[in-house]
Structures are given as C-alpha cells and as structure tokens.
Design a protein around this ligand. Structure first.
Ligand code: BES
Ligand code: ZN
Length: 457
C-alpha cells in the first residue's frame, strides 16, 4: 500500500473532514436526556448519511426500544478477514453549561484542538473510521479486508439495547476481529493499545421519611433527617485506607500477576503529570496501590452526585422529606455487576437505621473486560501505530467502561482491539470536551494502515 499517498490524502482533506465532523457534533445526541429523542434519531441518520457518502454499503437503521443502531458494511474481499468497527454516537449531558468557553454543540477549533461535546468521546473517534474508509477507498480502490460497522446511541447509558441485538444478530455482525476507538492514548504522541477496561454497577440510593418537607422548628430533633442518614451511610462505605467496606466486595477480584504489575510500574508516570491532567489537589486512593493500579486493576465505589433538601439561595428551615445519592462502582475481573449490586444493597440495608426508609434503584451495569495482547490483529494494530506515530505503542489498561466489549468477545468469539485516539485530559464527560486534532488525523491514517496490515498485503 502506498502510505505516503494515503498520508498526503488525509493531510489535503483536513478542512473538509473537520467540517463534516462538525455537522455531526452539532446534533444534541444526549442519550440520558429523554427530551432529546428527536436528536438521537437525527444523529443516527446523519451518521448513516456520512457512511453512505464514503461508500459504505447496506447502511441501515435498526430500531430498538431505545435509540436506533446504525449498521453498514463493505464486503468485497472474499477469503479475507472481516473487521467489525464499533462506536457510539450518543454523548454525555453538557451541564454545567455555563462552564463551557464555547457552546457544547457549536464545534470550535481553538489552538490545536476541536472543542465540542462528543469531539473525543466518541463522535470524533467514530468519524476516524469513516474517513479511514474513504481514504482507503480513494487511494487503493479496494480493501484487503471486509468491513462491518455497528454504531449505537446508548453507550453512555449502559448499552441496554445493543447487548440483545448483538446476541440475536451474531450472523450479521460475525467478524474475525472487533476494532473500537473509544479509549484514550497514554499521553500526547504516545500511541497506545488498551487491553483492559473496568466494569460498572450503577445504583441510586434514596432515603425517605415524611411525605413532604417538615418545618424544622415544629419537627426538627423529633424525626429522622434523611440527609443525615444518607451522609452517614455514605461515610461508612470506605475505611481510612481507601478500601470499600461493603462485605465481600473484593472476594472475586482476580489476582493481577507480578509481571503485569511490574509492567504497569515501568510505564512513564509522574504525580505532577497526573495532577496536571486531572487538576486535582493530590493523588488519593486505596492504600498500597499506585495511581495506575488504583485506576486499572482495583475496583472502586464513588458517589457521582447527591441531592436533597433545600439547595436554593439563602436559608430555609426544613427537615427534608428525602435525599438521594447516585453511586457507581467500577469493577475489575472477575467481579460480576449483579453480585456487587446485591452486596451493596445488603450492606446498605444492614447499616440503615429503622427510623427512615431506604430505596435502591439499579440504573445500569456492564462487565469488566480484558482483551488479548498477542493476537495477530493486535500485532497489526501495533505495527499500524508505529508506522504513523513513529514509536511502538504503550500497552495499558484503562479505568473507564465500554459495556459491550465482553459481549462482543463472548457472542462473536472475536477478539476486541481497543485502538483509541483520545487523551485523558480532553475533558470527556465534562465541560470543554475537546479533541487533539493531530491525533484525529493520525488516527485516520492509523486505521487505514491497520486494514492494510490485517489484510496482510
Ligand atoms: N469512552 C468511554 C469509556 C472510557 C473512558 C474508556 C475512559 C477509557 C477511559 C465511554 O464512552 C464511557 O464513558 N463509558 C461509560 C460507560 C458507563 C455509562 C456504563 C463510563 O465509563 O462511564
Ligand atoms: Zn465513549
């Protein structure tokens, strides 16, 4: 394959690619927001149109009870491997919107980055694959592999409808390898292959007492305060060594080998860089583990939000009727989300006082996943990264979750290659999300080279 021509093609189309990505970033496809159903459909249609326009065939929206799935393929290389590409066109909510320097759905280039919700997670990375297809088709005319694409609109809310779709459409999606660009590189210009993701168990905990807020003069001190109970429960979920206190929480955590821990320790790391990336005051976490270990190989429990009672301006004297916390747990192999949620519920019920009512709602979950590091497709990805970035990739795990990775591996029997082009400090899920443009363009080149390498030409 003529790499210089491919690279020149990408370089010469930069403006055009950015403008096209921009039109998808303008769509407000926030899957968590029930008022954005129309935007979800509009986005699925825009992604379909972008697929058709580069020459991907059999593009079809598959309705689900949630947001539509977008499928497409290009299969003209009999006897050659089939690559299934997965990505998601839904994005996280944008609040607090006042903290965005430019509006979240008005894509703006500032310096070396493109700012917009979804620029990095995951519309920008999804788009890398469409443009890689276009580049390959234009430069080479044919493909050394067969390609299938499946894009969903519910990744950020737990991929509820993709999972049964994969299981019931295993033939349609059948592939030799699955490629996903929805993770981050270890740092700028540090090509990376991710081989492990954490799972997720998300729950909402509400403490209730009276039907309505009570006057705190008439009732304060004589009835239980749900905010106090919630705060007390939360304060008992960790010990002073940063360990989660839910009984049996760690029972199923698989031992990570000394060899792997040594490899993690050998990765370049500094607290200063971690603090720059996170903007946090100091590293913090489970005693006895390094920052990368805390993020990658240890399970965690975090309160994602808490509300209850009076939160407006000034003072109001009430005993709140209820208080709620959103609590999520990141899981590692071999923990199972259902078991962890059960353990959490038992513990909370055990420590809750009889003077208030505790309600638990399970929101969503996903299982942890480990992907192979020695599969030929991983070697091809490694070679493609080296070709474009001029350096061998780092092999890392990540702390985030992509619930479908395990489903792909189990139901298609195909290895997943996590070939991400984001960065840890691109503010995904936060205000001012952005995408480092060089990685976007180099990502396009890398994916095209990957097809060439997997096809063995
Ligand atoms: N792209 C992320 C996953 C990710 C984040 C990978 C950080 C590596 C590092 C993905 O879109 C995401 O945010 N997933 C959710 C899944 C959850 C809602 C089940 C997550 O991890 O919070
Ligand atoms: Zn994502």
């Amino acid at each position: 394959m003529d790499y210089p021509r491919l690279f020149e093609f990408v370089e010469s189309r930069k403006e055009e690619f950015l403008a096209e990505l921009g039109s998808i970033l303008r769509i407000q496809s926030v899957s968590a927001d029930p008022t954005k159903k129309g935007e979800m459909l509009r986005c699925a249609e825009a992604v379909s149109a972008a697929m058709r326009s580069v020459g991907i065939e059999n593009v079809k929206l598959h309705e689900t009870e949630g947001n539509p799935l977008v499928y497409g393929d290009y299969q003209h290389s009999p006897g050659r491997p089939t690559v299934l590409v997965y990505g998601h066109y839904d994005v996280q909510p944008v609040d607090p919107v006042s903290e965005w320097e430019t509006p979240p759905f008005e894509p703006t280039v500032r310096g070396s980055d493109l700012y917009a919700r979804g620029s990095s997670d995951d519309k920008g990375q999804l788009f890398i694959h469409l443009k890689a297809f276009q580049a390959m088709k234009t430069i080479e005319g044919d493909f050394p592999v067969n390609l299938k694409y499946i894009f969903e609109g519910e990744e950020e809310i737990g991929s509820v409808h993709l999972e049964p779709f994969i299981r019931s459409h295993a033939d349609l999606l059948k592939a030799d390898v699955v490629v996903i660009s929805d993770t981050a590189m270890y740092g700028r210009d540090m090509p990376t292959i991710c081989y492990g993701l954490r799972g997720m168990a998300y729950t909402e905990l509400t403490v209730r007492n009276a039907q309505v807020d009570l006057h705190s003069g008439s009732f304060g001190g004589a009835v239980e305060n749900p905010v106090h109970v919630l705060a007390d429960i939360i304060s008992r979920l960790h010990d002073r060594y940063g360990r989660v206190t839910v009984p049996h929480f760690y029972d199923d955590v698989a031992q990570v080998s000394d060899v792997e821990r040594e490899e993690i320790a050998r990765l370049p790391y500094s607290d200063a860089e971690f603090l720059r990336q996170s903007g946090a005051v100091a590293p913090f976490g489970e005693y006895g583990y390094s920052t990368n270990e805390r993020l990658w190989i240890r399970p965690t429990l975090d309160v994602n939000g808490i509300f209850g009672g009076f939160t407006g301006e000034g003072a109001k004297t009430i005993i709140p009727s209820k208080a709620t916390a959103k609590i999520s747990m990141r899981l590692v192999p071999d923990q199972k989300s259902t078991r962890v949620l059960d353990l959490f519920e038992s513990f909370v019920r055990e420590i809750a006082p009889p003077t208030a009512i505790v309600e638990l709602k399970k929101l969503h979950s996903g299982e942890p996943a480990i992907t192979p590091i020695d599969h030929p497709a991983v070697r091809a990805a490694s070679a493609a990264l080296e070709q474009v970035f001029g350096a061998k990739p780092y092999f890392i795990r990540e702390g985030g979750s992509i619930p479908e990775v395990l489903t792909f591996q189990e139901s298609l029997g195909a290895p997943v290659v996590l070939l991400g082009f984001g960065l840890p400090d691109e503010n995904s899920h936060a205000p001012n999300e952005h995408l480092y443009l060089r990685h976007f363009f180099d990502g396009i080149k890398t994916v095209a080279v990957l097809y060439d390498k997997i096809g063995g030409k």
